[in-house]
Design a binder for this molecule. Structure first.
Ligand SMILES: NC(=O)c1ccc[n+]([C@@H]2O[C@H](COP(=O)([O-])OP(=O)(O)OC[C@H]3O[C@@H](n4cnc5c(N)ncnc54)[C@H](OP(=O)(O)O)[C@@H]3O)[C@@H](O)[C@H]2O)c1
Length: 342
C-alpha cells in the first residue's frame, strides 16, 4: 500500500527525532511543517536536541516566517506538550504561529505535559492522532515505558560463554567477548542515563563503568554509575573516579531504587551485572530489554549468567521474544524482550 503524504511526512519526522540524544529526561521528537494547501511540500524540519533546548515543533517553527506558518500543517511524532517547563508549551507556539492542522503519532503520557491536543482543538486547530503510531511507539519505547511506569526503562546486559557462563571457576570474567562486542557495549552505555552493578561486581572487578571510544577516550555523554547492595565498597574503587558522581545505594530494594533514580531524571538504566543483581531484576520482572552477548567459548562450572530467578519448573519459564540477532566479530549479540502476557 502506498503511503499518504502525511505518512511520509511522519516517517521523515521519525528520522529527524533519531538525531536527538537517546538519553536524558526528554523524549526524542521530530517535526516537519507542510505548506498550507500542499502536503507534499516540507517547508521546515525540527527535532529536539536535549533538555533545555527548543522542542521539535518550536525548532521547526523558528525556521519560518509568519506568512509561511499560517494555515500550514505540523506533523510531529509526539503530541505537542502543554506545559511550561524550561521552554514554553508547544501547543501555544503552534497556535500563535497560526498552524491550521496538527498531526501526531503518539499521545503524551506525561502527567504535566499532556493535554496539548485538547488545547489546540479549543483554539480551532484541526488535530489528528495515531499516524504511524506503532512505529513511533516502538522507537520511543524506552521513554514511553519510563514515563508510564515512573521508573527507568531497564536493559539487562551480560556476556556469557555459549554454555551460559558469565565467569570462569576462579571468578574471572573480563574479556569473555572480543573487541567489536565490547565496543558495542560502550556505545550502549553512552545511550543510557545510568549503569547499574551489584557490589559483587565492584568488589570482584573494580570496573570504571565509563563509556569509552576505540582508543579508550571518554565519550561525550557519560552514564551515572550506580552500585547496588548493602556491603560497603572501597573508597578507592574506580567508580569514585568516574566523571559522574557515583550513587551507592546501601540497599537491595530494586523497586524503590528505580523510583529514586526516576526522580533524579534517569529514564534508561543499563544493568551490567553481575549474575546476582541481574537475577534479582529478572525475578522481579523489572527487565524491559535483554542484551545478551555470546562468545564462542565453553566454560563449564558454576559461573552461570543467571542464578535463581524464581523459576522452578519449565512451565514457569520467563519467555522472551527475540528482537534482533547480530554477529559482532566472533561473538553474537541477542536482543530480546519479555513476551507480552508472560
Ligand atoms: N560476564 C558478565 O557479563 C559479568 C558482568 C558483571 C560481573 N560478572 C562477574 O560476576 C561475578 C560477581 O558476581 P555477583 O553475582 O557477586 O555480582 P553482583 O550481582 O554485581 O553483586 C551481587 C551483590 O549485589 C548485591 N545486591 C543488590 N541488590 C540485590 C538484590 N536485589 N538481590 C541480590 N543481590 C543484590 C548483593 O550484595 P550486598 O551483600 O552488598 O547487598 C549481592 O551480593 C564476578 O566474577 C564478575 O566478574 C560478569
Amino acid at each position: 500500500m502506498t503511503e499518504t503524504a502525511i505518512e511520509q511526512a511522519m516517517r521523515h519526522a521519525l528520522s529527524l527525532a533519531a538525531r536527538g540524544p537517546a538519553y536524558g529526561v526528554n523524549p526524542q521528537v521530530g517535526c516537519v511543517i507542510l505548506a498550507a494547501g500542499n502536503h507534499s511540500q516540507i517547508i521546515a524540519e525540527g527535532w529536539h536536541r536535549g533538555a533545555g533546548t527548543p522542542h521539535a515543533e518550536v525548532d521547526a517553527l523558528s525556521k519560518l516566517r509568519p506568512e509561511q506558518t499560517r494555515g500550514a500543517t505540523a506533523v510531529v511524532t509526539l503530541e505537542p506538550c502543554n506545559h511550561f517547563g524550561r521552554t514554553g508549551p508547544c501547543s501555544e507556539a503552534l497556535i500563535a504561529a497560526g498552524i491550521g492542522r496538527v498531526v501526531y503519532a503518539v499521545s503524551d503520557p506525561g502527567v504535566h505535559s499532556s493535554g496539548g491536543a485538547e488545547r489546540l482543538r479549543q483554539a480551532g486547530v484541526i488535530v489528528e492522532s495515531g499516524v504511524l503510531a506503532d512505529e513511533v511507539s516502538e522507537a520511543m519505547r524506552a521513554w514511553l515505558t519510563a514515563t508510564r511506569l515512573r521508573r527507568p526503562f531497564v536493559t539487562v546486559k551480560w556476556a556469557a560463554s555459549l554454555d551460559g557462563r558469565a565467569a570462569a571457576a576462579d571468578g574471572t570474567s573480563q574479556w569473555i567477548t572480543g573487541t567489536a562486542a565490547r565496543q558495542r557495549v560502550h556505545e550502549q552505555r553512552e545511550q543510557s542515563d545510568a549503569i547499574l552493578v551489584g557490589t559483587g561486581t565492584v568488589l570482584a572487578d573494580d570496573p570504571s563503568l565509563t563509556a569509552r571510544g576505540d582508543a579508550g577516550e571518554l565519550m561525550p555523554h557519560q552514564p551515572i554509575p550506580v552500585v547496588i547492595g548493602e556491603r560497603a565498597i572501597p573508597a578507592d574503587a574506580k567508580v569514585f573516579s568516574h566523571p559522574q558522581p557515583a550513587i551507592v545505594t546501601g540497599s537491595r530494594d530494586l523497586g524503590s531504587i528505580l523510583s529514586e533514580l526516576f526522580d533524579l531524571g534517569i529514564r534508561h538504566a543499563f544493568v551490567e551485572g553481575g549474575p546476582a543483581l541481574a537475577s534479582a531484576f529478572v525475578a522481579a520482572d523489572l527487565v524491559d530489554q535483554y542484551f545478551i552477548y555470546l562468545a564462542p567459548i565453553v566454560l563449564g562450572g558454576g559461573g552461570l549468567a543467571l542464578g535463581d530467578i524464581g523459576v522452578a519448573t519449565i512451565g514457569e519459564a520467563k519467555r522472551l521474544t527475540i528482537e534482533h540477532v547480530e554477529r559482532l566479530g566472533d561473538d553474537l549479540l541477542v536482543v530480546a524482550r519479555p513476551r507480552e502476557g508472560n
